[in-house]
Structures are given as C-alpha cells and as structure tokens.
Design a protein around this ligand. Structure first.
Ligand code: NI
Length: 144
C-alpha cells in the first residue's frame, strides 16, 4: 500500500509539471520579468532538485545564476522530466531502500521522508510556472 500510494503521489506531481511545461508557448519558455521568473529556469530547477534529492552525488548546474541562453530548451527539459520520473519511480519501487537511511540522515528520517520533501518543492515551482502562464493568458493545467 505504501508503494502504491507513493507511486500515485509521484505520478500526480510529475503530471502537473509536465502539463505546465507542455502548456508553455514557445515565446514564453525563456522570457521573464526578472532573473528568477523564467519558466525554463523554474522547470529545470524543479527537476534538478529531485535529481539532487534522490541521489548522493548528482551533477549540479547553476540554475539560478545561469544566463537565459544557457538554460535547457523545452525538448531537453521534457526528456529530463521523464528521466526524473523514472528515477522517482525506481526510488519508490525499492521498498527496503525507501524505508532505509537517507543520503542526508541529518535532515531526513528515510529516503521516503526525503521524497516527501522533494515532491511539494516540485509543486511549489509548478505553481509559479502556472502563475506565469496565467498572467500571459496561456492555457493552465487544472489540478490533476
Ligand atoms: Ni526551489
């Protein structure tokens, strides 16, 4: 039951971000008011954080300080989303690992606890992306 529950939660979270990315018109992808509120940047950060949260030694990319031109395009970001969804699914599928010690035991009780920390972080940034889409009059995904 625990694994099915988490599989479902992971699925909802990735679906919401995927919908937000898919709804983003080309002209909005790397446009933004400021250094932070750029959809390409927020989408990448949401995914990179999952990558980091589920791995002891992830590759890092300076999502916040990078120039807009250095941010990933829509296609590459969606491929990364699929990769991270698979990574989260693999985490959930490993029942013993899920309840085992996390890579950051100082901050997280278990890998499950760390995953439960990572998902609302994704949701937070998905909400920012949807707010930018709504502000621009673009279609916005519904809640699930
Ligand atoms: Ni964040």
């Amino acid at each position: 039951m625990l694994q099915q529950t988490m599989e479902k939660q992971v699925g909802h979270t990735f679906h919401a971000l995927r919908t937000a990315i898919e709804n983003c018109p080309d002209e909005l992808w790397s446009a933004g008011e400021g250094a932070y509120l750029v959809i390409a940047r927020l989408a990448f950060h949401a995914l990179q954080a999952v990558d980091y949260d589920l791995d002891a030694h992830p590759e890092r990319f300076d999502w916040e300080g990078s120039d807009i031109e250095a941010l990933w395009d829509w296609t590459r970001t969606l491929a990364y989303l699929d990769e991270m969804h698979d990574k989260a699914r693999a985490c959930v599928a490993d029942e013993a690992g899920l309840l085992g010690e996390d890579v950051s035991p100082r901050f997280h009780l278990s890998r499950l606890d760390h995953l439960c920390y990572a998902l609302p972080h994704m949701v937070q940034h998905t909400g920012e992306i949807n707010a930018l889409l709504r502000q621009a009059g673009a279609p916005v995904g519904g809640w699930l």
